[in-house]
Design a protein around this ligand. Structure first.
Ligand SMILES: [Ca+2]
Ligand SMILES: [Ca+2]
Length: 254
């Protein structure tokens, strides 16, 4: 009986452990030329929609070196500009990705992010469960992690704690520029309080240059992954198991 119980417990474990699969991935590489200044918003894997929000404009520029496929098509990144003026519109400008997570759970968002020197170093992830009608803001921020400027940094955001992020055809996230949560002093010696101003990506503490709307953010390898939702219903599995136990018990008594 103990062996059978172990076997059945083992079956439960096997059916519930699944590797993470890519649901949707944007590489921004257009498959029609080798130029990095052309690209596409059509996902490389899966389906979904990508857009800029809050007046942000976009072009394409050289992508992350982590994007190794397909280099022959030109490795592009989504290059975004025209963010908000200093001390205005925190959390309104950035990029938005809508992806159906139907059939998946334990959703993870990962992306490569690069800032130019005068762009904001602080980014925040918001999410929607209803196709963008309502947004939950400030689920995660990057801790100012795209500084120093002009390098791609990889971020992984675990969304598994969000009830409703998985198995949701109307799921989406946006990555927006936010004021620094910490007080800081800018290169022009202006001092700003917490949650009052954008802090530029450049880590240089001397010389001229401050946050400006001409700063750019680049995105590459924007990826949603998740585990396939467990197919056998636990209640059915339990009934099946109990049935097997009963059958075995009757055979032993006979
Ligand atoms: Ca790319
Ligand atoms: Ca191209």
């Amino acid at each position: 009986m103990k062996a059978l119980a172990s076997l059945l417990i083992g079956l439960f474990v096997v059916t519930s452990v699944q590797g993470a699969s890519t649901i949707t991935q944007w590489t921004f590489n257009s498959g029609t030329d080798s130029s990095t200044s052309t690209g596409t918003l059509t996902p490389y894997i899966g389906s979904g929609t990508a857009a800029t929000i809050g007046g942000v404009t976009s072009t394409y520029a050289t992508g992350s070196s982590s994007d190794t496929d397909p280099l022959s098509d030109g490795n592009s990144a989504l290059n975004t500009a025209t963010f908000q003026a200093q001390s205005t519109g925190s959390g309104t400008a950035g990029v938005q990705f809508m992806v159906s997570t139907a059939g998946f759970e334990d959703i993870i968002l990962s992306f490569d992010h690069r800032a130019s020197g005068t762009a904001s170093r602080w980014a925040q992830v918001d999410y929607t469960l209803d196709g963008g009608t309502n947004w939950v803001t400030g689920f995660w921020n990057n801790a100012g992690g795209i500084s120093p400027d002009s390098s791609f940094y990889n971020f992984s955001v675990d969304l598994s704690s969000i009830a409703g992020a998985g198995d949701n055809a109307l799921f989406g996230v946006r990555i927006v520029s936010i004021f620094s949560p910490n007080a800081f002093t800018e290169n022009d010696n202006n001092s700003y309080g917490a949650d009052a101003a954008y802090q530029r990506s450049s880590a240089t503490t001397t010389g001229s240059g401050t946050y400006g709307t001409s700063g750019t953010w680049r995105f590459d390898l924007v990826t949603f992954s998740g585990s396939a939702a467990v197919v056998p219903e636990p209640s059915r599995m339990l009934l099946l198991s109990l049935g097997s136990f009963g059958f075995l018990m009757r055979r032993r008594r006979a």
